[in-house]
Ligand binder design. Structure first.
Ligand code: SF4
Ligand code: SF4
Length: 338
């Protein structure tokens, strides 16, 4: 088995067997995430420099994350680095529950699953890093490094992570950004994404999409069903409004913190780098805009591509039919002439 395959199999096995990937027994004890899938990008992919323009100048390249965290720099380091991006789709049980929210607060089962994702993902990252180290390579999980955190700036308001898992997943060819600001994969946008940086020689995924904004709305001018699901001004017909969205998510956290559900929730430590502040919250989020929409659990463009492919195939078949007809007619014609 190749190292790429071995690492992916390990992560899938842990996902299937870990107790950290389970809802509490009092909520059915089901899995939070179904089988993860993966993409691999190269450290010298020009997109990582581009991210300094589209996210922020201080968003590090994989080689910068590598050396800042004390791993050995060398000539040609970027070309040797691989970034293993992982996508964990919520199970259909969790998604179904999430869809049946009351329009104001997220559904309980989804809230718990999302809350539990933090500890589960951290465990997956630790085990994957250990796996590569045991194989004789170096590896780190940017999310687990001391410098990982959020940068918040005012005028204009902006909040970003100093390792954007969604952008990294885009570089690894795992999907594209939707109108609702989520990352849409082949299993939809209701997913959790994370990544590892390593010098293990993993096979690189071919990225087939170079346009980052590519959902139904961007390609057909229609849809925007996500807008109708948003209970705040976070997503309006003009687009995503980060500050309003975060305000609503904060409001939700405040309401839920007073409910009995907190008995089963786990705390999350969120670091704000510029403010040198650590926020301790329950990661519950909102994400109404991800439920009951065409991109919840699939890539909505797949159907368009499938129709186009079928049309293309039909066109080829038609051409063949015409050719067969021509050839046949010609033969008959020749026969009839003789
Ligand atoms: S609901 Fe429609 S417009 Fe909104 S992100 Fe999904 S595909 Fe795009
Ligand atoms: S996360 Fe919630 S508040 Fe933010 S855009 Fe989506 S539905 Fe609106």
């Amino acid at each position: 088995m190749t190292l790429t395959k071995e690492s992916k199999t390990l992560i899938q096995e842990i996902t299937g067997s870990s107790q950290l990937n389970r809802l509490p027994q009092s909520y059915g004890g089901g899995l939070c995430f179904s089988k993860p899938f993966f993409g691999v990008s190269r450290g010298d992919d020009p997109l990582f420099e581009k991210f300094k323009e589209v996210i922020a100048a201080d968003h590090p390249t994989p080689a910068e994350v590598w050396t800042v965290n004390g791993l050995l720099g060398k000539n040609g380091l970027s070309a040797d680095i691989r970034i293993l991006s992982m996508v964990f789709p919520y199970t259909s049980e969790v998604r179904e529950a999430g869809k049946n929210n009351d329009g104001k607060l997220p559904a309980t089962l989804y809230t718990i699953a999302r809350n539990y994702s933090e500890e589960f993902i951290n465990m997956i990252l630790q085990q994957t890093v250990e796996f590569f180290i045991q194989k004789g390579f170096s590896a780190l999980a940017p999310k687990l490094t001391p410098d990982y955190g959020y940068i918040k700036k005012e005028n204009p308001f902006v909040l970003y992570s100093n390792w954007s898992e969604r952008h990294v997943a885009f570089a690894a060819g795992l999907g594209y950004f939707g109108f609702n600001n989520s990352f849409i994969t082949k299993k939809g946008c209701n997913v959790i994404i994370t990544s590892i940086v390593t010098d293990a020689p993993l096979s690189v995924t071919v990225r087939t999409i170079d346009n980052p904004h590519n959902c139904l709305h961007f390609t057909t001018g229609k849809c925007k069903e996500c807008v109708t699901k948003c209970p705040s001004e976070g997503l309006i017909k003009e687009g995503y409004q980060m500050e309003a969205c975060l305000d609503y998510c904060k409001e939700i956290r405040g309401v839920l913190a007073k409910r009995p559900i907190t008995e089963v929730l786990k705390k999350r430590y969120r670091k704000f780098q510029l403010e040198d502040r650590m926020e301790v919250t329950y990661p519950v989020g909102c994400t109404f805009c991800q439920f009951g929409v065409p991109c919840t659990d699939k890539d909505p463009l797949d159907i368009i591509y499938t129709v186009l492919q079928i049309r293309f195939l039909l066109a080829i078949i038609n051409i063949k039919e015409v050719r067969i007809f021509r050839v046949t007619w010609g033969r008959w014609g020749r026969i009839s002439k003789t």
